[in-house]
Design a protein around this ligand. Structure first.
Ligand code: URA
Length: 423
């Protein structure tokens, strides 16, 4: 095979053969296909698409580039959740221990934040002592012992995706549904989970800004998982406004602990319980009510054991920002909009996120919200508190918030869970 022939095939709107796909992924992983060739192919795929056969083969080839894990030896069924990413999306933190408390093991291999969406590992690293890196043996042991692990995906899992994702990130080729679906699903199938629930976000703060694209992504991923023998369902959920009342690392850990203590914002509780119910059903457990496990403290017990098992101190004080800035309501009325993307960009500029993979993140930076869309607010009332290490961060964060807040006479609430996609 020749890389230029493969590129030409897709450039001219042709279908890639199974053999072409297997070869190009393998050759790229080995370094025999150059970055500029793969980036050209990724752009041709973004522009001309791939059919379901091509996407399935592409996914299989990325899985075959690395190791596959196997949880069959565990005494419990396994279920994992993947979110396509949003603002204030801390759901993994309460969800993993909650599902473990209901008898299903959760191997949650997570990533770091890039751009305006936060990363689960960055959030947990604000807990003193907690470490993200586990060996496969440690992961297995903790899954058996505690039932929940949130850790960094090892380098052995879908290495082709690691390389390709970094390339897409710098070549304007992230937003291709076939490439997103195969990227996410290659990692989840290689991870070896028995069941998978996908939280596909729709709205300004998400990859997919409109419902039709989000639905196509969800359907593609559900088909890939199902064909690979993973029980897969997807929820389409709203990301037009942030989840909960916080966006930032330590801020989101604090809010997650409130949820585990039986409190916390209603939307975070609703989505945590809805996703837990889906994970339990997909894993074949139908006789446990996850909401009850939040109320009776067993999910909190699992959280404490999960954090301690990875060196963290669940009783340690979380770090607090030295600098704060309050944003007040400009008028009286109903808060009818609080834009997810604007809040995400503000949190990022305050220091919660990174611009490049190597950048450090601030544990304390972020945005705390004092009202949600639908709430009545009065002129002069505090709507947001910005948190940062340094007051110089506030100006640029405020710029991104300039049009983020809408106050009007009425507001129609949109449902949080928009639809459910099954095979
Ligand atoms: N998340 C991934 O893991 N891959 C993508 O391509 C997009 C989001």
């Amino acid at each position: 095979f020749d890389a230029v022939d493969v590129i030409r095939t897709k450039r001219d709107k042709g279908e890639l053969s199974d053999e072409q796909i297997d070869w190009v992924i393998d050759a790229y992983t080995r370094g025999a296909v150059a970055d500029e060739q793969m980036s050209s192919l990724a752009m041709a795929i973004l522009l001309n698409g791939m059919n379901r056969r091509e996407i399935a083969r592409w996914t299989a080839a990325m899985i075959a580039s690395g190791e596959r894990m196997d949880f069959a030896r565990l005494s419990r069924p396994t279920a994992d959740k993947h979110s396509t990413g949003g603002v204030g999306d801390k759901i993994t933190l309460p969800l993993a221990p909650l599902v473990a408390a209901c008898g299903v093991a959760v191997p949650q291999l997570s990533g770091r934040g890039l751009g305006h969406t936060g990363g689960t590992l960055d959030k947990l690293e604000s807990i003193p002592g907690w470490r993200a890196a586990l060996s496969n043996d440690e992961l297995m042991h903790q899954l058996e012992d505690v039932g929940a692990v949130i850790c960094a995906a090892g380098d052995g899992l879908a290495p082709a995706d690691k390389k390709l994702y970094a390339l897409r990130d710098v070549t304007g080729t992230v937003e291709a549904i076939p490439l997103i679906a195969s990227s996410i699903m290659s990692k989840k199938i290689a991870e070896g989970t028995g069941a998978l629930v996908l939280d596909v976000k729709v709205g300004t703060g998400a990859f997919m800004k409109d419902l039709a694209d989000a639905r196509e992504l969800a359907e593609t991923m559900v088909a890939l998982g199902t064909d690979a023998g993973v029980k897969t369902v997807a929820l389409l959920t709203d990301m037009s406004t942030p989840l909960g009342l916080t966006a930032g690392n330590a801020l989101e850990v604090r809010e997650s602990v409130e949820v585990l203590a039986g409190g916390g914002p209603a939307d975070v509780v609703e989505l945590t319980v809805a996703l837990a119910a889906e994970m339990l059903a997909a894993a074949g457990v139908t006789d446990v009510d996850p909401a009850e496990k939040l109320r009776d403290g067993t999910a909190m017990d699992a959280w404490r054991r999960m954090i301690s098992a990875q060196g963290g101190d669940p009783d340690a004080d979380l770090p607090v920002a030295p600098e704060k800035h309050v944003v007040k309501a400009q008028s009286t009325g109903v808060l009818s909009g609080l834009d997810a993307l604007a809040v995400g960009v503000a949190a990022w500029r305050l220091g919660a996120g990174r611009a490049r993979k190597e950048d450090p993140v601030s544990a304390v930076a972020g945005v705390e919200m004092h009202a949600k869309p639908g709430d009545q607010v009065s002129e002069g009332q505090a709507l947001l508190t910005l948190h940062a290490d340094d007051t110089r961060r506030f100006d640029r964060a405020l710029e991104s918030l300039a049009d983020a807040i809408q106050i009007s006479s009425a507001h129609t609430l949109t449902p949080l869970v928009i639809d459910r996609i099954t095979a």
